[in-house]
Design a protein around this ligand. Structure first.
Ligand code: ZN
Length: 570
């Protein structure tokens, strides 16, 4: 045990002071004869005072009273509590791969307190404790990763407290001071040993004060339409804009306090994927007016072994998409939609994702003329509650559908109409007031359809190419009054009648064939519950899910006025 009373120290202290004064006098003599310059002299004397915790100027006081000291002991994996040490001595181990698990610190022979806390694996910063209490954990196999120590009362008026830790892989870090953090957080590195020193207030540090506390980070900036390069932001902060209809045109990304590298690229309008660039280089374009549609980010070297990189983008019409990881694409392709903002986070390898990872990327694949295809149709909407879930499923499984909407509902759900259109699905005309067209005159029929056309065009800029008459009812007057095809169906599970998801599932999946048009409705949650099974199963069976127009184009069906489409077989 190193504990000694203040009185017991008096004799060695006096001897030390006499020796120090002798050394000081000798150095003055050398300096006068030119052996030392004044800068070196200052450095030498401050080293003595910092490490010993005593200063020349204290001589008269301390000789008569006592000498303050800082004492501490570490609790080390497999060893337990070490002996108390003091004033710059090492507590703990170095190079034995043993973690420091807890720590006690106390002051002697001075009024005031020492307060301290530790950053513990899986826990984070603990509360401050003081004067010999335990910080950290015992018997829980958790490493201390960083510490903070501060003085209060008279001790704080007279002394600065310095401390440094020995960290796995990194060795001794720089000296922290007066409550600042020392160590690491976020790497999973253990502290192995600690040194603590009292130094004359305002004097020099006992050694280097760089690299005191290290946290892994990632910083990034984006080039935004009309704005230019944004400021750099860090670790999950948003770079870019949302809700301002401004395109993100380029990005720059770099790692902070992480060994290894980072690579990233962007998918640019009219260009496609750019080459990967590294660490702070621009990916994307500036001044060309081109939008970025998606990004990919990945780590290399040591960084890829210690961390996962997560990132997500805010895409036009989609909003914030889910998180992509380690080189997956994030954003959209094939929709012509801009990204507007991005967020990037480093996570310890295998740690929890910062949020949902279900759908970081949506791709609008062109329809292939080969292979089986099916047209899902959803009538009587728009209805955001159901349509949004259907659109999520379609983009997850790479499909489109046709939404035959009633004009009277459009004013309530304009965003749904825009979203359907922007995701590559199709809006069809299902009349304005959902009325049976066979009961109307020719002008009544045209009025029902044109009012709805106008509302859709106002929102999407596109006139619907197809009409579905309510209840599937039509007659010669209807045929003669319209300038587009009428679309009926070949599979009808009567979802609106049964409101039963499992019946809807079996009635669709037991009968579906290549070229079918399937009649479903936007108004019922039981229908979208059924789609949770139907859409993945159709994808698994190799069906392309296409709009009715895509089905007709792929197979050469007639878009002539008055043609009636029920299915389009190969
Ligand atoms: Zn209907």
């Amino acid at each position: 045990m190193m504990k000694r009373s203040g009185r017991g120290k008096l004799l060695p202290v006096l001897a030390f002071i006499i020796f120090s004064v002798f050394v000081w006098a000798a150095m003055q003599a050398f300096t006068d004869t030119g052996f030392h310059n004044s800068g070196e002299k200052a450095e030498s004397s401050s080293e003595i005072s910092a490490v010993s915790g005593r200063t020349m100027n204290d001589t008269s006081e301390t000789a008569e009273t006592t000498v303050p000291s800082i004492e501490y002991q570490g609790h080390v994996q497999n060893i337990g509590w070490m002996d108390w040490v003091e004033n710059g001595e090492t507590s703990g181990t170095a190079g034995q791969a043993l973690r420091l698990e807890s720590l006690r610190i106390r002051l002697t022979d001075i009024s005031g307190s020492v307060e301290y806390r530790s950053h513990v694996e899986n826990i984070g910063w603990t509360d401050f404790v003081r004067d010999g209490a335990v910080t950290g954990t015992e018997g829980r196999f958790l490493r201390i990763e960083a510490i903070e120590i501060r003085l209060t009362g008279a001790a704080a008026d007279l002394y600065d407290i310095y401390y440094r830790v020995h960290v796995e892989d990194l060795g001794w870090l720089g000296w922290g001071k007066n409550g600042g953090p020392a160590g690491t957080a976020g790497y999973g590195y253990r502290c192995e040993a600690v040194q603590i020193v009292l130094a004359e207030k305002g004097g020099s540090a006992p050694g280097p004060t760089e690299r005191v506390f290290l946290e892994p980070g990632i910083r990034y900036q984006s080039h935004i339409q009309n704005i230019g390069w944004t400021d750099w932001v860090n670790n999950g902060e948003t770079s870019g804009t949302t809700g301002r209809d401004l395109r993100l045109e380029a990005i720059r990304v770099s790692l902070v306090n992480v060994a290894g590298g980072i690579e990233y690229r962007t998918h640019v309008q009219d260009i496609g994927w750019t080459d990967y660039v590294t660490d702070g280089v621009t990916a994307g374009t500036e001044g060309l007016g081109l939008r970025t549609e998606a990004v990919e980010v990945r780590l290399t070297g040591d960084a890829s072994e210690r961390f996962d990189v997560y990132y997500r983008v805010h895409a036009q019409n989609f909003g914030w998409m889910d998180w992509a990881c380690n080189g997956q694409p994030a954003g959209t392709a094939g929709f012509g939609l801009r990204t507007e903002a991005m967020e990037i986070v480093l996570v310890l390898k295998g740690g929890a994702a910062p949020g949902s990872t279900a759908r970081p990327f949506a791709e609008n694949k062109p329809v292939s003329r080969r292979g089986p295809m099916v047209a899902l149709t959803f009538d009587d909407g728009p209805y955001a509650t159901v349509d949004a879930r259907i659109l999520d499923l379609l983009s997850e499984y790479g499909g489109h559908a046709t939404f035959f909407v009633a004009g009277y509902r459009i004013g309530e759900y304009p965003d749904t109409i825009r979203q359907i259109c922007s995701q590559g699905s199709e809006i069809g005309n299902h009349t304005y007031s959902h009325t049976n067209l066979t009961k109307l005159s020719s002008s009544g029929i045209r009025d029902e359809l044109s009012k709805t056309d106008q509302l859709i065009m106002d929102l999407t800029g596109k006139r619907p190419a197809l009409i579905r008459p309510p209840e599937g009812s039509y007659n010669t007057t209807v045929i003669n009054s319209i300038d587009r095809p009428l679309v009926l169906w070949s599979v009808d599970p009567s979802d609106w009648e049964t409101r039963n998801a499992s019946l809807t599932i079996s009635r669709v999946l037991d009968h579906v064939q290549d070229g079918d048009i399937i009649l479903l409705h936007s108004l019922y949650t039981s229908t979208v519950d059924a789609c949770e099974t139907i859409i993945p199963e159709l994808a698994a069976r190799g069906f392309q899910m296409v709009t009715v127009s895509e089905l007709m184009e792929a197979r050469g069906a007639s878009f002539d006025a008055g043609s009636v489409i029920r299915c389009v077989r190969p």
